[in-house]
Design a protein around this ligand. Structure first.
Ligand SMILES: *Cc1c(COP(=O)(O)O)cnc(C)c1O
Length: 371
């Protein structure tokens, strides 16, 4: 079955409007895999929906835009992405409200960030209509894959990789853009123990820390593995030069509640991934009446606040986990422990965000985009 959708492409920065016809060819799968699956409490990222979106960048434009049954790709061993790592991704979630309507949380922000990552990695940008309308249509087709249980959602994974079949270090001429969907239950649900990293580095000024580039995650795995050997769940990254200023927790942004202030590292150095959850949490914290500071925060300031009793809460934010409570933070031989049962702010934020996403609370910022 083929459905053609005609879309508007607008190159607003050039102030010219172009009409382009983008065809999304839809080929439906036969039997749905949902018949064999219970959507309750699925582990993160292990099961995928019936369909996927695929598009090719060739000769300077995006073509072959297709939604088709989820299936393996046939790739050449000389595929450029496998050798030189031009590969980026995004993570977004779709929810159902009590009436069964499907919504996607702030997809426009992920679209913008995807193209920021693309530019950093010398990859072509993806037109808004391909990213947004492709995602909307894919989620609509696989709407039954959005779990309705509380804290459950459909994780949306857009990604792009270079696809030249040529071994040579240079930006590819060809790329593939894809979107896949994975139903998921709560992630990192238990409070975490965090090790302050002083040897390995996630991001340095001038580097790619602000991009969701695949290589960042492979590069972080050794540090995480070593922290796990020591009995910790994740690392708190510190700056590359002095190992003094905190950056992020694993693949989450980090917030510290000190007295009546919420403090999170600022984006100035381009070493922090600008999380959509981070941005949402900043908005909600302000609405809760806390003052929010985006600035450099040193590990000494954190340990001093702990010693004086003013370090009240530490938590990570990200699409996969929403909000993760930190029950222990270890810096060298100094261990900071928290009684998360007594916390007010992080649990309130988590409930608030989940309630907005699942339609139990007013979406006054217009974060939920109807599918
Ligand atoms: C994706 C990601 C985050 C969180 O971003 P969200 O948009 O909130 O999901 C934070 N840090 C890193 C390194 C990430 O990759």
């Amino acid at each position: 079955m083929g459905v053609s959708v005609f879309l508007f492409l607008c190159t607003s920065n050039l102030n010219i409007f172009m009409i382009a016809a983008t065809d999304i060819l839809v080929t439906k799968s036969g039997r749905s895999k949902l018949q064999d699956l219970n959507l309750d409490n699925l582990p993160f990222g292990r099961y995928f929906s019936d369909h996927m979106l695929e598009a090719d960048y060739e000769n300077g434009s995006w073509r072959n835009i297709e939604i088709k049954p989820y299936q393996p790709l046939l790739l050449s061993p000389s595929l450029a992405a496998l050798h030189y790592g031009q590969a980026i991704f995004e993570g977004i979630k779709a929810y159902k409200d009590r009436q069964g309507n499907a919504f996607i949380f702030r997809p426009q922000d992920n679209f913008r960030r995807f193209n920021i990552s693309a530019e950093r990695m010398q990859m072509p940008t993806v037109p808004e209509e391909l990213f947004m309308e492709g995602m909307r249509k894919l989620v609509e087709i696989d709407k039954n894959w959005i779990p309705s249980r509380e804290d459950h959602s459909l994780y949306i994974r857009p990604f792009m990789f270079s696809s030249d079949e040529l071994i040579g270090v240079r930006p590819s001429d060809n790329y593939k853009f894809m979107i896949i969907l994975s139903p998921t239950g709560p992630y990192y649900a238990a409070p975490m123990r965090i090790y302050v990293e002083e040897r390995y580095v996630r991001a340095a000024p001038g580097g790619v820390g602000y991009a969701k580039a695949a290589g960042n995650y492979g590069a972080a795995m050794l540090a995480t593995a070593e922290a796990k050997k020591k009995g910790y769940d994740q690392v708190l990254w510190t700056d590359a030069v002095e190992h003094k200023y905190v950056q992020e927790i694993g693949t989450m942004n980090v917030f510290f509640i000190i007295g009546n202030k919420a403090i999170t590292p600022d984006l100035e150095q381009e070493t922090i991934l600008e999380g959509v959850t981070r941005q949402s949490v900043i908005t909600l914290l302000k609405e809760m009446g806390l003052s929010v500071e985006e600035r450099q925060l040193s590990i000494d300031e954190i340990t001093d606040a702990y010693k004086s009793g003013s370090l009240l809460e530490v938590f990570g934010t990200g699409t996969a986990a929403t909000i993760s409570l930190i029950k222990e933070l270890r810096y060298k031989d100094f261990v900071m422990q928290f009684d998360v049962e007594k916390w007010k702010t992080a649990p309130t934020l988590k409930k608030w965000l989940t309630d907005i996403r699942e339609g139990r609370r007013e979406d006054k910022y217009g974060w939920m985009v109807k599918v």
